[in-house]
Ligand binder design. Structure first.
Ligand SMILES: CSC[C@H]1O[C@H](OP(=O)(O)O)[C@H](O)[C@@H]1O
Length: 407
């Protein structure tokens, strides 16, 4: 392995002219907030410099927010979709006269299933959304089969939809402990605060209902005094790293180092990184994992440097209906998104007021643009997969996982 200078962590430079930011978010950052039947999401297209909560008042608005990535992150997407259905049904129960679909269980099912199918069309890769809509369809089916009256059927569905969002934080903390303890046991650090990790994209509170998945594990390492530095890639073109992970780590006061996506190899060559820790959007039965574009690159380079790759994701991210990653649909985002960069005008004006800007960095009318939002890392390149039920590793000599112990 070619290591030029085995220093423990990359030197970092600080911005001499920090932007006066309008972000008033404090730890823990939140992606969605609700109050009775009111839903608000933070517009993640404006972060980190502008914190703007926008109301979601229909399933159509939820669909648009997911599709345009005002909200993103596999678990957060599933939570918003579920909460928007709960909002719709809560408001239907309050309508006078009651809407016709509330007359019977079958009428409710005939009305709600198309709504679930519509929400599913917002983004194709993250399976959490699909698992949420299947779960709610099943809840509805069971309530009807149990002979519940229409109002009880709807109330049961509303409660389960809210639970999909509420149960996320607890499982994130469970995963963080499973994965963090597994990594500490593997590294066996001789002193405190020595573990260096690299993560890709954003998998924290802004991608979930709180604490995060991969970023949750990193937060746990920090909380138990085992983390030296959290390195993260900028994750272009949406810049989940530069804009969101940077904000989360800064807010949580976790020591971090940002690198450009192209610098993963250099980081591994020059510095002692103990693990790559990433989230997931869909994990196939054999462990092949779809995650943010750039994850596969990091995994290939990690293999070259014998650095373990850990995937952290709730069971709702596992898709046992598909054998391998070849069957995972990869979302192709609009070409224009690879040509634009969003951020604050810099340096700020004399007033110090933050002005959001969107800059076209390419020539206009560029024809050939490849902009997949995800890639698939084969199970062979993944060392461990962590869910809220535990840690799975491949058997000796195996190139695929048996996920049954952790799903
Ligand atoms: C815990 S979030 C999982 C996953 O979602 C992100 O994708 P996106 O920002 O496009 O929604 C990224 O792939 C995260 O790893």
């Amino acid at each position: 392995m070619h290591v030029i200078t085995p220093a423990t962590t990359a030197p970092t430079v600080s911005d001499p002219n920090p932007i006066v930011t309008a972000t008033t978010m404090t730890a823990p950052l939140i992606s969605i907030r609700t109050n009775d039947d009111n839903i608000e999401i933070v517009d993640q297209l404006l972060l980190p410099h502008i914190t703007e909560f926008i109301p979601i008042n229909s399933v159509e608005e939820a669909h648009d927010a997911i599709k345009t990535m005002k909200i993103r992150g596999a678990p957060a997407i599933a939570s918003l979709a579920s909460l928007s259905l709960a909002q719709y049904l809560t408001r239907a129960l309050r309508q006078v006269p009651a809407p016709e679909f509330l007359l019977s269980g079958p009428a409710i099912q005939a009305h709600v299933q198309p709504i679930l199918d519509y929400l599913l069309t917002s983004r194709p890769t993250a399976v959490n959304l699909g698992n949420a809509t299947k779960r709610l369809a099943k809840t509805l089916e069971v309530s009807i089969a149990a002979g519940q009256d229409p109002t009880t059927i709807v109330q049961t569905l509303i409660a389960d939809a809210k639970l999909i969002a509420d149960e996320d934080v607890g499982r994130n903390k469970a995963m963080a402990k499973w994965g963090g303890d597994w990594l500490v046991n593997r590294v066996k650090p001789s002193s405190k605060n020595t573990i260096n990790v690299l993560t890709v994209c954003n998998t924290g509170s802004l991608a979930t209902s709180g604490y995060g998945t991969a970023l949750g594990l990193i937060t746990y390492l920090h909380e138990i005094g085992q983390l030296n530095k959290a390195h993260f890639t900028q994750t272009t073109p949406y810049h989940q790293g530069s804009r969101l992970t940077a904000l989360e780590l800064k807010t949580l006061q976790i020591p971090s180092v940002m690198i450009c996506d192209t610098m993963v190899g250099s980081l591994f060559q020059h510095y002692d990184i103990h693990a790559v820790v990433v989230g997931a959007d869909r994990i196939a039965r054999n462990g092949d994992t779809a995650n943010k574009i750039g994850t596969y690159n990091a995994a290939v380079i990690a293999a070259r440097h014998k650095i373990p790759v850990i995937v952290v994701a709730p069971i709702t991210t596992v898709d046992l209906e598909i054998e391998s990653g070849a069957q995972i649909p990869i979302e192709q985002r609009p070409a224009i998104e690879a040509c634009l960069v969003r951020g604050a005008v810099y340096p700020p004006s004399e007033s110090g007021k933050v002005e959001q800007a969107q800059v076209l960095i390419t020539p206009t009318g560029l024809e050939g643009i490849y902009n997949p939002s995800f890639d698939v890392t084969p199970a062979e390149l993944i060392t461990a997969i962590v869910t809220e039920k535990g840690v799975a590793v491949k058997k000796e000599g195996e190139t695929v996982f048996d996920l049954s112990p952790i799903v």
